[in-house]
Design a protein around this ligand. Structure first.
Ligand code: TPP
Ligand code: MG
Length: 292
């Protein structure tokens, strides 16, 4: 069993990652914050502890695969990849610019290390399923991880993949649900309403664990901000790679995690921090970099 100290480096990387996300978005004038923050601890665990990767050789055939199906959180993935050595941290400043490798949503034709392009919600899990199936047919032993959002779970194509993966007995596939309980806007405006309704996801009273299990997934529910739960869950999923059951990790997370005024606020789905806010953020995250 690992102690808390074991996860301190991961926690520090995640805080630095959050800082780079929010300051990069502020620098480029647009981008997402809430989703990258909720997914940060999970992605840091994947890239720094669980996945077998070679940043200097991004197309290494035996690498584990990661697909960020909730592609609007791209700046979170780019940041973790930069910290891991796939690209210079300095390059984050080009985020969302015309000729940049770091487009607003992941573009596989631009940045080596990405497995597919995402951003149109709903598609990444089917791509991951295809990659996992291909690996098994070719006798390759890498693992494929796909992260989806709770809002994204409303997409029909996600459910097609959720139905099919257990039938193909893809133990080498793991879905991570970043269940932060919020999406972008909420429901359509009803007559008499001034706001667009309830911003929560629609899964609150739904027994998702039971549904996933009945579909045939091995389901683990964790706190998506507790490294002592995240790392063992991801490692267990990987260890069951040659089994005949895919894994689904339900990660309970907080949108905007790490900064008090962003936590649990749908407004921070995509928002540009002001200079004053950045100063508060830097202090809260305990980072020393200068404000942009
Ligand atoms: C097919 C499609 N429909 C709508 C959007 C616009 N959109 C971007 S993010 C988002 C909300 C996603 O919510 P969730 O999956 O919960 O992500 P998170 O909370 O992690 O940001 C929406 C509707 C999109 N990118 N793709
Ligand atoms: Mg969400």
């Amino acid at each position: 069993m690992s102690g808390e100290a074991d996860f301190k480096p991961l926690a520090e990387l995640a805080q630095r990652g959050r800082w780079l996300v929010i300051s990069t978005v502020a620098g480029s004038g647009a981008g997402h914050v809430g989703g990258p923050f909720s997914a940060m601890d999970l992605m840091v665990s994947l890239y720094f502890r669980v996945m077998k990767v070679r940043p200097e050789e991004p197309h290494w055939p035996e690498r584990d695969r990661f697909i960020l199906s909730k592609g609007h959180s791209a700046i979170g993935q780019y940041t973790v990849m930069a910290l891991r050595g796939y690209l210079p941290v300095e390059e984050l400043k080009t985020f969302d610019k015309g000729r940049s490798r770091l487009q607003g949503h992941p573009d596989v034709t631009k940045l080596p290390g990405l497995e597919t392009s995402t951003g149109s919600l709903g598609q990444g899990l089917s791509v991951g399923l295809g990659i996992a199936l291909g690996a098994r047919l070719r006798g390759q032993h890498f693992h494929t991880f796909v992260m989806i959002g709770d809002g994204e779970l409303q997409e029909g194509m996600i459910w097609e993949a959720l139905h099919v993966a257990p039938r193909y007995k893809l133990g080498n596939l793991t879905t991570i649900l970043d269940w932060n309980g919020l999406q972008q806007f909420g429901w359509l405006l009803r007559p008499g309403q001034k706001h667009r309704g309830d911003r929560r996801d629609p899964w609150d009273s739904v027994d998702l664990k039971g549904i996933f299990e009945r579909l045939g997934w091995r389901v683990q529910e964790i706190d998506g901000h507790d490294f002592s739960q995240i790392v063992p869950a991801l490692e267990a999923a990987k260890a069951s790679g040659s089994s005949d059951q895919p894994t689904l990790i339900i990660a309970r997370t907080v949108k905007g995690k790490g900064v008090h005024f962003a936590e649990g606020k749908h407004e921070w789905h995509s928002k540009v921090a002001t200079k004053e806010e950045l100063n508060i953020v830097a202090a809260e995250l305990g980072v020393e970099e200068a404000v942009l």
